[in-house]
Design a protein around this ligand. Structure first.
Ligand code: BEZ
Ligand code: MG
Length: 581
């Protein structure tokens, strides 16, 4: 077919082609712009220039009214007279204008790192007509951060801690979200649980939760019958309770402060204002959350109970509908049917789903979800008589609550720790998704929010696994950064592969190509394979075994050639190990 026939006959196809090319560009830009750790933190050592510049650029991409500093991107856009910049940011797409702005910001931050604030501000004035008066507060903020990145109290504090001395606390937060976490080497202080959620957290939460609902609605044509939320303690410290606020907003209530300014009450948002049904939300909170946020758990429980008693039609109040259905189905009491806040038994932590996956100790599909429920089915509530229930085993109630769920969800709020960096995301979000799958008889739609950029994004789990794989595991910038650390670096690569496997085990969310590319990059490439083997044969062996397990469990069906090679590698490594013994 020559070009003229494409032109004449298939206009739609050309449009479709353009759409796909644009979509590809957006995906590439997303990967390119993703901030990743390029190596491990070495105790006491400050980070390198390039890494520092990346971090500072990220810090400078948010408005910081508390420091009198505006976002550098916003300032550059204004200097270049780009009126529609906010809109450009909102729609999240990439084009020449956003690229130009980003490149100017990147260059300005690099110049700042090399030459200091004044020269960088001067350059920005000449390049993008940004007044120094506007840009200097940003660079001064960055200068403070840069200095604190250079020196830290890590060794001193460790020595003092070992002597049993007092270590001053600092806020526990993500460095980009709250740079006052620096200098490192301090204790982390938590938060007054009665202050959660803050007003700012509630405002942000509305956007995120609306984006979550809209995404589901666009894909399914209806709202989910119920959602299951994973809430972690540290995340809600960092964000002053954004996850909590999202749950409240979905229920259609807002927190109210009592006379002591404590968030202990809730106010029902009228349906006319809400403009959508009230969602049913099942909350599984971590042991850390339970220990830190007892008043918050009481607030969440109170919110669900209040919503369940509102005199509203079932199609506009899903809590009421589901509670009525449960009561009708098995004649359960209101107090039981309305239970939505679950955690571990008092004094217990974690789901153990990660250990079961890592040790390959499960056979049938339901086992992982059952383990999640066994660990997490302890109810925290207050009954109709006002009696506090703290950690009563309530397996049946959790099974019932999960049986309505069609969406599972968790926030990611740190660029340092993503869903394949640690096994905790799959033990929680993966664990609950598996539990839902057997209890509601459908695999739920699984989403994560990403508040790492100024515009919060909702991604499906599959999209997030792809993005993390491309930005980290398969990205030479990431794995070469890890390999600088020798033995430990190879172990980190192997960890990522194992955590990726965890997403297959719990949620079937890993595209087969990911396992193929991992094999090619780390095992079938002879130069890389030799490097890894020299640094850490144990991790190479575990990685190989894990890939073969991924095949054996049906997550991946590679060419026989690849499989043969992996089996040979494993055999050689075992012979080698026997030889060493
Ligand atoms: C938490 O902050 O609650 C948490 C952190 C890591 C793993 C599990 C829970
Ligand atoms: Mg169902």
């Amino acid at each position: 077919m020559n070009m003229s026939t494409i032109h004449q006959g298939t206009d739609v196809t050309l449009k479709e082609r353009d759409r796909r090319v644009l979509q590809l560009l957006e995906q590439l830009t997303e990967i390119e712009q993703r901030l990743i750790p390029t190596g491990l933190h070495v105790f006491v050592h400050p980070s390198e220039l390039k890494e520092k510049a990346d971090l500072l650029r990220m810090v400078a991409s948010f408005d910081r009214p508390e420091h009198g500093a505006r976002s550098l991107r916003g300032l550059v856009a204004e200097g270049l007279n780009v009126d529609s910049y906010d809109r450009l940011l909102q729609d999240g797409s990439t084009n020449e204008t956003t690229e130009l702005i980003d490149s100017i910001v990147a260059e300005a931050v690099l110049r700042f790192c090399k030459d200091g604030a004044e020269p960088a501000a001067g350059w920005l004035k000449s390049k993008a007509d940004v007044d120094s008066e506007e840009s200097l507060p940003v660079f001064l903020l960055l200068a403070g951060i840069a200095q604190q990145l250079e020196s830290n109290d890590e060794v001193d504090s460790l020595m003092r801690a070992l002597r049993g001395e007092y270590i001053e606390p600092g806020p526990g937060a993500d460095i980009v979200q709250n740079p006052s976490v620096l200098p490192t080497g301090r204790n982390t202080h938590a938060i007054n649980p009665y202050a959660v959620p803050s007003q700012a957290a509630f405002a942000r939460a509305k956007d995120t939760a609306d984006a979550l609902l809209n995404r589901y609605f666009d894909e399914h044509g209806s709202y989910p019958c119920a959602l299951a939320f994973v809430l972690w303690g540290l995340d809600n410290i960092k964000t002053q309770g954004e996850g909590v606020a999202q749950a409240l907003w979905l229920l259609g209530v807002r927190p109210l402060r009592d006379a002591l300014n404590r968030a202990t009450e809730i106010e029902v948002i009228p349906l006319e204002e809400l403009q959508r049904p009230r969602m049913d939300v099942v909350m599984t909170v971590s042991g850390i959350f339970r220990d830190l946020f007892a008043p918050t758990m009481a607030l969440l429980d109170k919110a669900v109970r209040r919503v369940a008693t509102l005199d509203e039609p079932h199609d506009l109040n899903y809590v009421r509908r589901n509670v009525s259905e449960s009561m009708a189905a098995d004649a359960s009491k209101f107090d039981d049917a309305v239970t939505r806040v679950f955690s571990n038994a008092p004094g217990n932590y974690g789901t153990n789903v990660n250990f079961m996956v890592m040790d390959s100790q499960w056979e049938t599909d339901g086992t992982l979800g059952d383990l999640f429920v066994t660990r997490k089915c302890f109810a925290y509530a207050r009954d109709s008589t006002g009696r506090t229930i703290e950690g009563r085993e309530a397996r049946q109630l959790m099974d019932e609550a999960l049986s309505h769920v069609e969406v599972t969800y968790q926030n990611i709020d740190s660029f340092e720790v993503g869903i394949t960096d640690v096994d905790h995301y799959f033990e929680y979000l993966g664990g609950i998704s598996k539990a839902v799958e057997t209890r509601s008889r459908v695999r739920p739609a699984i989403y994560l929010s990403d508040s790492l950029s100024p515009q919060t994004k909702i991604r499906s789990l599959e999209e997030t696994v792809r993005l993390e794989t491309r930005a980290k595991t398969l990205n030479p910038k990431w794995y070469e950064g890890m390999l600088k650390h020798g033995f430990r670096g190879v172990a980190e690569i192997e960890n990522h592969v194992a955590n990726t496997f965890g997403w297959s085990a719990t949620a079937d969310a890993v595209d087969p190509w990911i396992y193929t590319e991992i094999s090619r990059t780390f095992l079938l490439d002879t130069v890389m394979f030799k490097r890894l083997l020299e640094l850490n044969p144990h991790s190479v062996s575990s990685l190989t075994r894990r890939l073969i397990e991924a095949h054996d469990r049906g997550y991946w069906n590679p060419d026989e050639e690849i499989l043969e090679r992996l089996r040979d590698i494993l055999k050689d490594l075992e012979v080698r190990r026997e030889g060493v013994r």
